[in-house]
Design a protein around this ligand. Sequence first.
Ligand code: ADE
Length: 226
Amino acid sequence: MRIDIITVAPELLNSPFQHSIMKRAQEKGLLDIHLINLRDYGLGKYKQVDDYQFGGGAGMVMMVEPLMNAIKDLQQQRDYDEVIYLTPDGMQLKQNISNKLSLKNNLLLICGHYKGIDERIREHFVTMEISIGDYVLSGGELAAAVLVDSIGRLIPGVLGDETSALLDSFQDNLLAPPVYTRPAEINGWRVPDVLLSGHFAKIEEWRMEQAYQRTKERRPDLLDEE
Ligand code: ADE
């Protein structure tokens, strides 16, 4: 999968993808991330990318032309399955969205800044708008990093153990069960016996039950989702 990210702050996105699973995904050739500096498409001597908003009001708006030129340039090179704008008024990111996006070939992400991007870009180029939660970040970059991470780990072959993503929280609308590692006892705190039993079916049953209980207590809303 190739993910292109248009941003005015590429340095914000350099490090998140150079560690652990994202790094491995790229090394394995399963994920190819490209950062496109919107400044390269800026207008005039000062490479302008934003301007005052019509109708007044505080805050700058990212202009149509630099974004349009960047998007068109990229679209000439390949077809994008989705052009995604990260924005607090988009649809809220959920695991099922990441699951679906992890099966795509080419994604183009647009990070907004300031007051956001000119509405005409949203109308004419953007195919999907995603928010990572009900809070406002100072730019879309951290949201893009979250989205790419959540998608990247789901790309087939990225996680060594193919089943491990299937047992994550939110898959099947359940939170993940508790996990333990060695030692089996410390300070008198014992790992549940069933996990040490070696009885695979019983362990699975215990995990399902724990996942269900945890979801019921902490996120009963998930159990109502289809
Ligand atoms: N940009 C600013 N805030 C955001 C959010 N919550 N989700 C996605 N993009 C954003």
